[in-house]
Design a protein around this ligand. Structure first.
Ligand code: PDD
Length: 281
């Protein structure tokens, strides 16, 4: 395997960043995960637009143009011969003697790109069964709209999910409303067939898969509303599912100790999963 590190393509096993990289010391960096399907980067532009926004919000300089970054992504895919899988892209504020204050302007951002193959049939198999989620208080900071590499609450939540035999943890705000998953956005289908997901402006990451799925819903003329929903409402929903790059729509069949409907993946979730890539670019 080959990784891209600051302008060089190096064997993955030898790919290193400096001990004084600010990503390492302060989580002072941002990232993107993009799905690769049949050799194509799904929703690549949307991911790069979001990366630029994350960088701008943190006042990290853009390491290169969007076009140049696209070339690097393609080269990493080519060198790793990835047809189906993921590409990971990380930009940190760079390497400088440890100091909370931003480093001098001559310090350039550090860029890492890795890719790996994933068997798409594994995700399909999981989708046939559906997954369980647990719910936890949302204890993250209030800038989760930035896709920063500081993911400790997410790591702890995901580990708690695993230890409870679940695949994802849904964060819940102080009023009992679901915000989002540790690495996914949360959705339900109400008993009268309306799709619901939380507004992107209200304490969640604006998922690229979420945005593209909204395009799908609009194209198909499905009933859809952006509003917060509670854990209680989700437990009584007709269907529940999550979205993220590489998961498309993944059915949620259990929330904590409650089965969602009959405990089987629902038809809306499955239908959206089937048509998603017709719309995604
Ligand atoms: N996570 N919410 C959070 C907190 C996320 O970390 C992610 C993505 C999403 C979904 O966003 P998108 O549809 O753009 O993948 C929502 C990536 C996959 C990760 O951290 O691995």
């Amino acid at each position: 395997r080959i990784a891209y590190v600051n302008g060089r393509y190096t064997p993955h096993s030898e790919a290193c960043v400096h001990v004084e990289d600010r990503g390492y010391q302060f989580s002072d960096g941002v990232y993107e995960v993009c799905e690769i399907r049949d050799g194509h980067l799904i929703d690549e532009t949307r991911h790069l637009v979001r990366l630029e926004r994350s960088l701008d919000e943190l006042r990290i300089a853009r390491p290169m143009t969007r076009a140049a970054l696209k070339c690097v992504l393609r080269e990493v895919l080519r060198r790793n011969r990835v047809r189906d899988g993921i590409v990971y892209l990380q930009v940190t504020r760079g390497v400088s003697r440890r100091d909370h204050i931003f480093p001098p302007t001559h310090v350039t951002p550090a860029v890492v790109v890795t890719a790996r193959s994933l068997d798409p049939s594994r995700s399909s198999k999981a989708a046939e069964q559906g997954i369980s989620v647990i719910t936890l208080p949302d204890n993250r900071w209030d800038r989760v709209d930035i896709k920063a590499v500081s993911l400790l609450p997410n790591v702890l939540a995901k580990q708690a999910a695993k230890e409870a035999g679940a695949k994802e943890a849904w964060f819940v705000d102080a009023d009992g409303y679901v915000t989002e998953g540790a690495s996914t956005n949360a959705w339900i289908v109400t008993p009268d067939g309306e799709l619901v997901t939380r507004p992107a402006e209200q304490g969640i990451l604006r998922g690229v898969t979420r945005t593209t799925l909204i395009d799908v819903l609009e194209k198909k003329g499905l009933r859809f509303v952006e509003r917060p929903f509670t854990v209680e409402e989700a437990k009584k929903a007709r269907e529940a599912f999550i979205t993220a790059a590489t998961q498309i729509t993944m059915p949620v069949v259990r929330i904590d100790d409650t089965m969602v409907a009959d405990g089987k993946p629902g038809p809306v979730t499955q239908a959206l999963r089937a048509v998603f890539h017709d719309v995604a670019e």
